[in-house]
Design a protein around this ligand. Structure first.
Ligand code: ADP
Ligand code: MG
Ligand code: MG
Length: 252
């Protein structure tokens, strides 16, 4: 089963240290959720895993199945089986959704082993059906004029089509109405299995009513300060973060 391991990660943005000794292990079959107040470094973590050049790894390590992720180019990270919703371009005119998905799939495969057009179309139809995406969608240009909800659905469609080993999903619930939230959750739940691990980053507990995480972590000031099961998310929803701050003696 796949295995993503993050050890004592320190990340700086423009000279300021944001992640301060972050540790996490995600194995295939597990869904983890990271929750935390705004500005604690959740998106910084996602960007660092993705290899965004603005995020400087000052120490620590990230490995995927024992391979050094920090040594990999962004496309190599995808090829190793990592998926980051944010790595996809926001808007490109002239490329349809279908073209983009097909080339993303093929760039993960070896030359000569490209997915056949028939197989691609069959899979695309199936996954679009699952996500209740209109047929016209595949011929539209990538993200052009998409609503917030359509962008999120498209990210989950990419997830289902690319079948990564480990996915990092940062705020896939933001701006979604309840129906879109259910559909997006259904997509993530469809990926569940021993060959798939997932990290869901969210500010709100709401999403976790539909995707039940195996483990919940609370992040504050650049590190995980508390871990538990899905009941931890429920308590955070009811009581906020203050009790954790008090428990740990953290001041804002
Ligand atoms: P979260 O996702 O938990 O809300 P972020 O990772 O977005 O937190 O931000 C953590 C801190 O890092 C914030 O103080 C933010 O201002 C800073 N930061 C993150 N990304 C950048 C960036 N690209 N440029 C400057 N500061 C950044
Ligand atoms: Mg933020
Ligand atoms: Mg964020």
């Amino acid at each position: 089963a796949p295995f993503l391991k993050i050890e004592d990660l320190h990340v700086a943005v423009e000279g300021t240290e944001i992640l301060k000794g972050f540790n996490l292990e995600i194995k295939g079959g597990e869904i983890h959720a990271i929750m935390g107040p705004n500005g604690t470094g959740k998106s910084t973590l996602a960007s660092a895993i993705m290899g965004h050049p603005k995020y400087e790894i000052t120490s620590g390590s990230i490995t995927m199945d024992g391979e050094d992720v920090l040594e990999m180019e962004v496309d190599e990270r995808a090829k190793a089986g990592l998926f980051l919703a944010m790595q996809y371009p926001s808007e490109i005119s002239g490329i349809t959704n279908a073209d983009f998905l097909r080339s993303a799939i093929n760039s993960k495969r070896e030359e000569g082993d490209e997915i056949s057009l028939m197989k691609f179309i069959r899979q695309l139809d199936e996954k679009m059906g699952l996500l209740e995406i209109d047929e016209s969608f595949s011929h539209r240009y990538l993200n052009e004029g998409f609503s917030g909800g359509e962008k999120k659905r498209n990210e989950i469609l990419q997830l289902l089509m690319l079948e990564p080993k480990i996915a990092i999903l940062d705020e896939i619930d933001s701006g979604l109405d309840i129906d879109a939230l259910k559909v997006v959750s259904q997509g993530v739940n469809a990926m569940r299995g021993s060959e798939f691990g997932c990290l869901i980053i969210t500010h709100y507990q709401r999403l976790l009513n539909y995707i039940t995480p195996d483990k919940v972590h609370v992040m504050m000031q650049g590190r995980i300060v508390k871990s538990g099961g899905s009941e931890l998310a429920t308590r955070l929803e009811a009581e906020g973060y203050d009790w954790i701050k008090e428990e740990l003696g953290i001041e804002d």
